[in-house]
Write a protein that binds this ligand. Structure first.
Ligand SMILES: C[S@@+](CC[C@H](N)C(=O)[O-])C[C@H]1O[C@@H](n2cnc3c(N)ncnc32)[C@H](O)[C@@H]1O
Length: 699
């Protein structure tokens, strides 16, 4: 979808939000007039909202939902407390002591308060010297002023409707609460608390959404905690059983409206727009509800339209227009500045980039390569000094070679067989050249990137295309990260972690269809080697035990910025459907022993004194761990009494090799079946290869 269409969607969403919410004040007043409990009503209302949001979260975000942890749970608890429990609690007490018009009018403070909060927290950039910054500030205040004019200035009648659609008594529920029973000071204080809570909620959603970008799950978690909080408060304060009963149809309607529209719909739209347009976009629209309320009052209730209402409406709409223009100028300015800073990284791969563009980039890169290469240093200090000149320094220590050829990026995505319903795991997205292609092809992308600078560029680039809802960024070392669920992997990985990374994918607990990886050419050749090939090795034997590896294509080093020293290849790893029944740790330790000197025969390898002693101590430890298996398999306690005499132990090892025809064999010539059989023979004879937990780097 084009950015213009996406923005139009946000405006429509906010108009729907404000129209739905404008009715909420009236319905809430109606419910209070019916005598509902101010504590139990919000509980029921939030339960209704949760019952709509939770199934959507469960079914729609099954794959993309990030894992939960204690810190997130605490944040959701606080968000539920501030955004829902206190927010609604203050509102309902405020409304009860004032009037719907007054409550709606005070909410117009939310844009200014949230703007201030967002600016102070650095979530919203305010450049008062730039036209976008001025437009945002002036626009916010103009629309707030407009809503105040509607509320405070009546002026002469300019339109008198001839008929009314609704009877005022329907809205008022027949009996208004007595004016003298209202405590306006308490009401005003509560409404101020409500505005503060709402502003905080809008603003705080934005950073947390970046960590937990599954909207429905996000809001359902907050709602869930709010239900618990409301329940706790109501159970403590509302002891009268009658207050818990729903007594009339009117209460049911009020609950359904406020739960479904005032909460579920409003929560969902709010978080959708905060994610795509930022907090200011949401709050700037709030004054619109005053306008909607005035229009409703005129056409539904037959109230007169006064000059104040007209002036206020014009101000609100002009203010909104200014804010929206400011946001649009801001993103244009951002794109231009980013393009200037990172031209060499970006434009060759932008969506409309072509071959000619790519070559231009490479010429530009070569011409400037002197200064750029100086930027490609692992020395932190030099990098820090140069960063200010070039904008982005690519670090060798992090394997930062960016693939810039659009044709190759497209070919990688095509060959990965990604489907529109897939969640793709990308390791090392860098500035997002491959990520942008993956976002087009897949339903969701989970990108794990170590470098914060890359994450910032990636995030901004994806936001410019309004695709952030399709991307989850995990800013961590991929080797230390537990992956959420994904369907396949597509990545141009940092070459310095190829081996442990491939091991993590193949031997890890995640199930996936395929992993299409761009690897150093030599590494990919080792991975592709088969038993009997001169280059068959431990990496290949281990990976191919559990997966098939297929060559996809070679990629020249010239296609990268900056070019690495070696060429690359793309391979596809497909996990086997049926996996051999073997203790993985035993297998990995066994192949480490066998492939230490892969061209020696097994006989000469296992005759070495050092190897025998090593195996003897491992087997002693292994017996302790595997004793029950050995007894079960052998039914013979003799085997548990392992000879501690090295020469007898060595004879036992060689005896197994000899009697099974392995003594003169070289490990690199053996098939997986043969190697598995040999390992099983050793283990049955209580000879073990592994005792300690292994590290990924041992693979
Ligand atoms: C070869 S670049 C690929 C960049 C991008 N995918 C492209 O094709 O243009 C590798 C990326 O992996 C990141 N990286 C390096 N080590 C990492 C690690 N341990 N965990 C996550 N990302 C890492 C680097 O910062 C870099 O952005």
């Amino acid at each position: 979808m084009s950015p213009v269409a996406t923005r139009a969607k946000l405006h429509v969403a906010m108009v729907v939000f404000q129209t739905g919410y404008a009715g909420n004040h009236v319905i809430m007043r109606f419910a209070l007039n019916l005598g509902v409990s101010k504590l139990v009503f919000p509980l029921y209302r939030t339960i209704i909202a949760l019952s709509v949001l939770a199934p959507s979260a469960y079914f729609l975000e099954k794959k993309e939902r990030p894992g939960m942890n204690t810190s997130l749970l605490i944040q959701f608890f606080l968000l539920g407390l501030v955004g829902i429990t206190l927010n609604q609690g203050f509102y309902i007490f405020g409304l009860d002591n004032t009037s719907p018009t007054f409550a709606s009018a005070t909410e117009n403070a939310v844009p200014a308060v949230s703007f201030l909060m967002a600016a102070l927290l650095g979530i919203e950039k305010v450049e008062l010297k730039r036209r976008d910054g001025i437009a945002k500030v002036v626009g916010t205040f103009v629309s707030v002023a407009g809503s105040l004019v509607i509320t405070l200035y009546k002026g002469p009648t300019i339109y008198e409707p001839s008929q009314r659609i609704m009877d005022q008594s329907i809205v008022n529920g027949g009996s208004e609460r007595e004016e003298e029973n209202k405590n306006w000071t308490l009401g005003c204080l509560c409404l101020m608390g409500h505005c503060l809570c709402w502003s905080s909620w809008i603003v705080l959603q934005s950073p947390l959404l970046k960590k937990y970008p599954a909207r429905f799950s996000f809001i359902s978690c907050s709602c869930f905690f709010a239900v618990i909080q409301f329940f706790g408060i109501s159970a403590y304060f509302e002891r009268d059983v009658e207050s818990w009963k729903i007594l009339s149809g009117g209460e049911v309607y009020a609950l359904l409206y406020t739960g479904l529209v005032g909460s579920a719909m409003v929560f969902a739209i709010q978080i959708y727009v905060v994610e795509r347009g930022g907090p200011l976009f949401v709050s700037a629209y709030l004054p619109l509800q005053t306008l909607v309320a005035a229009v409703l009052a005129t056409f539904a209730l037959g109230e007169h339209l006064y000059l104040g209402g007209m002036i206020g409406a014009i101000l609100i709409i002009s203010g909104l227009y200014l804010v929206v223009m400011g946001k649009s100028w801001e993103s244009q300015a951002l794109i231009v500045s980013r393009q200037q800073q990172q031209r060499f990284v970006y434009s060759a791969t932008d969506e409309d980039g072509d071959e000619e563009e790519h070559n231009k980039e490479k010429r530009l890169f070569r011409r400037n390569s002197h200064s750029r290469i100086r930027g490609y240093e692992s020395n932190g200090q030099v990098v820090e000094k140069k960063k200010q000149h070039d904008g982005l320094f690519l670090q060798k220590s992090k394997g930062q070679h960016l693939l810039t050829n659009t044709r190759i990026l497209d070919a990688i995505v095509r060959s990965s067989d990604v489907r529109p319903t897939d969640t793709v795991l990308e390791i090392g997205p860098g500035t997002g050249n491959l990520t942008m292609k993956l976002l087009e092809a897949a339903q969701h992308v989970i990108a794990v990137e170590l470098d914060k600078r890359m994450v910032e560029i990636l995030r901004a680039r994806v936001s410019d295309h309004a695709l952030q809802h399709k991307l989850t960024i995990i800013q961590k070392d991929v080797l230390k990260t537990d992956f959420p669920e994904f369907d396949l992997v597509v990545a141009n990985i940092p070459y310095n972690i190829s081996s442990p990374l491939v091991a993590k994918l193949v031997y890890g607990s995640n199930t996936f269809r395929t992993a299409t990886l761009l690897l150093q050419k030599e590494f990919s050749r080792r991975l592709l080697a088969n038993p009997g090939d001169s280059d068959f090795n431990r990496l290949a034997v281990n990976v191919k035990l559990l997966a098939d590896v297929k060559f996809v294509m070679d990629v020249s080093k010239r296609e990268f910025v900056p070019p690495p020293k070696v060429d690359s290849s793309v391979v596809m790893i497909t996990p086997k459907e049926v996996k051999p029944d073997v203790d993985v740790r035993e297998w990995l330790a066994f192949t480490r022993t066998c492939f230490g000197k892969k061209n020696k025969t097994l006989g000469s390898m296992f005759r070495q004194k050092k190897k025998v002693m090593e195996l003897l101590s491992l087997s002693e430890a292994g017996i302790a761990t595997n004793a029950s298996d050995v007894v079960e398999e052998q039914g013979d306690n003799r085997l548990l009494c392992l000879d501690t005499d090295a020469s007898v132990f060595k004879e036992r090892v060689i005896g197994i090799l000899k009697s099974n025809g392995f003594e003169d064999k070289r490990p690199s010539k053996l098939s997986h079946g043969q190697l598995l059989r040999l390992l099983s023979l050793f283990n049955q004879a209580a000879i073990f290869f592994h005792s300690l937990p292994m590290d990924l780097h041992d693979y």
